[in-house]
Design a protein around this ligand. Sequence first.
Ligand code: ADP
Ligand code: ZN
Ligand code: ZN
Length: 760
Amino acid sequence: MTDSQGLFEFADLPEWEQAAAEDIQVAEVVFNLPLEKPYTYSIPDSLRELLKTGMRIKAPLGRGNRSVIGYCVKIRQAESGLRKLKPIMEVLDAEPLLDDVMLTLTHWIAERYLCGWGQVLESVIPAGVKRRSGTRLVQSLTLSAEAETLIATAKLPAKQQTIVDVLRKATGPVPATRLCELADCGPGPVNTLRKKGIIAAIRIRSEVTGELMGSSEPIEDLIMNSQQQNTLDAIVSALESGEHRTLLLHGATGSGKTEVYIRAIREVVSYGRQAIVLVPEISLTPQTIRRFRSRFKSVAVLHSHMTDSERHWQWRQIARGSIEVIVGARSAVFAPTPNLGLIVIDEEHEPTFKQDSTPRYHAREVARHRCMQEKVPLLLGSATPTLESWLRAVRKQDTLLSMPDRVAELPLPPVLIVDTRNDPRIGKGSSIGRALFTAIGKALADKGQVILFLNLRGYSPTVWCRTCGSGVKCPDCDITLTWHRDRQEAVCHSCDYHIPAPENCPVCESPSVRYFGTGTQKLEEEVGTLYPKARVLRMDSDSMKKPGSHDEALEKFRHGEVDILLGTQMIAKGLDFPNVTLVGVIDADSMLNQPDMRAAERTFQLVAQVAGRTGRSSRGGRVLVQTTSPEDPSVVYASKHDFLGFASHELHQRKDSGAPPFSSVTRVIFRGLSEPQVNDTARTIADKLRKMAKEVDPDVRILGAAPAPITRLRGYYRFHLQIAAPTQERVKIVWQRVENTLTLPEGVEMAVDVDPINSR
Ligand code: ADP
Ligand code: ZN
Ligand code: ZN
C-alpha cells in the first residue's frame, strides 16, 4: 500500500523492510516566510545523490501543494514511527550556496531578530548568486563514443575531416562557435557530422570571468608610533590566541586607526586567512579603499552598483579563498570566506550598520556572532563608539584599546560654540552668523580650505505658513515638505511626493507661505553671494547620485580645486584633508530636536566627527558650532572632544530611564490603509502582551500602542508598540507566546524590529 505521495508507510512494510526504512533520510526545508521551524520532506531516490544541505529545492507547500522554492537546511534520519511526508520535487543547485557556518549564522539571526530563517537566507544570498548570473550553458561538441569506428568505415569530405582532427587534438568539449573558428568552416559540416553520429553535443556550464579591481599604486608602510604599535600588539595577541574576543578600538579622529587595521590584516593574511572590513557606506570611503588596495594583493570591494554577474563572480572568488581582504557595507558580513581570520568594523557607531527591512539585523551583532562561531577576533573602531559597545567595554565583556592622541603630535582642533540666539546676521535670515562669517573670510584669505556641515538637504527644509504657523505636509506622510529650489518643487523626503511649491497656505489660505530654514542648496547660494571668489562644492545625496561622483568631488577638494565644501552627514565621515583649517557646523539644534532616544548621542557623534575633519596638519584648524542650545551637554562635550565625559553623562541618563543599553527594546510596527483597523489591531495586541507579561514576567514593560512618529507613510497608517525588558531573551519569551496566538486581520501588516535604532 502506498500513500498519495507514493511513500510507504512504515507500518505497511514487512518487518525486514522496516529496519531499512529507519535509515531513510529526510530533508528539512525553510521557505521565505516569517516562520522559525523548518518543514520536513522526503527525498525521492532520484534526488538522493544530488541533494546536499545549503541547496535550493522545489517542494509542494500549503493546501494547494503549490511548488515553492525553499532552502534545504538539514538532511537527517527519518524518525521511526509513522511518517507521511511530501517529497521534494526538484533540486535547483549543483553546489550548495551556503556552508554550515553560514547556515548556523543565519539561523541565529532568525532567532535573534525574530524573523523566518528562510527570510534571512533569501536576503543574504545575492540575487546574482541565486541566478548564477554570468555563467551560462554553452553548446559544446566532442567526438562520440562510436566516432572512431564510424570514421574507419567512411571516407569523410575534407571539411569534416578537419573538424574531426580539431576535436581529436582538443583536451575537452569545444564550444560550437569556437569549433567553427578552429576548423574554418560554417555550421553545415558540423551538423552533418552530428547526424552521422560521429560527434556529440553536450551543454557545459562556462564562467564569465570578472576582473578584480586593479590594485592601486603600492604604498610603503608608515612607521607606526608607539600608540599604534601597542594597539597592534594587543590585536595580534588576540589573533594568536585562537579564541574569539571583541576588541573596541577607541581612537581619536586622525589617530591612525586605518593603519592599525591594515597591519592587523597583514598578520591575518600571513596565516593564510581572509579578513572582512565593514565600512558605513562604500561610496563615501574612496580614500580608505585606495589604502587597502595599495597594501594587499587581492581586495574585493562589494559595491551596491555591481552587476549580478560581477557579484556572483566575486562571491565565487571569495568562496575559493582567492581574496585576502573584502571591503564592503553591512552585507559584506556574509562574505563566504572559507578561512576567516578577522572582521573589522570601521566607524562602528554609524546607523547604516543596522538593516532597515527584514531581516532587521545589526551587522555588528552578526559579526560578533560569526567571529564567536569561527573563533576569531572582532575589531570595532570609532572615535565616538555607540553606548552599547562602550558599556560592554567598560564592563570588561569586551577589550578596550585606546588611541587618544592624533598621529604626529597634532592636537585636536579647538571648538568654539557660537550662541546664535541674538546674532544679528541670523536674525536677518542668514544661516551664517557673525562669528562664522568672519572666520570663513579669514580662512579663505589664508588660503585654507573650509568645510560647512549641515544636517539637512534641500533648498529650504520646511515649507510653512507665517500666518497660521503650520507646515505644509505631505498628504501621505506626516512630514513637512522640503522646498527644492532647482526643481521648483516641494518634496516629501519620505515617499518622494512632490508638488509645485504652493503659493497659498493649504490650511488658512493666506498667501504668506515661506520657505523657512536652511538647506544645502540655500546655503550654497548664500555662500556664493558672500564669497563670490570662492570655489564652492556641494555634497549631499541629491548632488551625488551618480556612482563615482563622491570620489570625483573629494579628489577635486584634495587637489585644492575647491575652497569651500559644504554638505550633509556625508562629509562628516572619515575624510582626511590636511589643508582644511576651518569647519563650521551651521545648526547643531536640527539634530538635537529629533524625536529619538538617541538624539543626544547622534548630536555628539556628528559634531565630534565633523570637528575631526580639521587640524590634520601643522597648519592647524578650528571648529565653529552654531546653536541655540549652547549649554546642551552633547554639544559641550563634543566641543571638548570629551567622549568619556559624554558617555558617562549619557549612560547615567539612560540608566535612570531604563533605556538601552540597560534594557532591550523590541518595536512592533503595524500598518494598513484603514486607520481604525490598524489602531485597533495594535491596541489589542498591546493589551494581550501586557496580560502575558503580568503572568510570565512582570519586568517586561509594554509601551503603547500609539501612533508612530510618522503616522502616515506612503499612504499607510502606522501604529507601533514597544516591548522593553532587562534582556532581549525576556522580551522574546513574552512576545513569542503572544505571537503564536496571533492572526492579523486582512489588510494589516506587522513588522518586528529588535534593537530598533530609528523610531520613525
Ligand atoms: P583615523 O582612521 O584614526 O581617523 P587615519 O588612519 O586616517 O586615522 O590616519 C590619519 C592620517 O595620519 C592619515 O593621513 C595617515 O596616513 C596618517 N598616519 C597614520 N599613521 C601614521 C604614522 N604612524 N605616521 C605618519 N602618518 C600616519
Ligand atoms: Zn510622503
Ligand atoms: Zn496658514
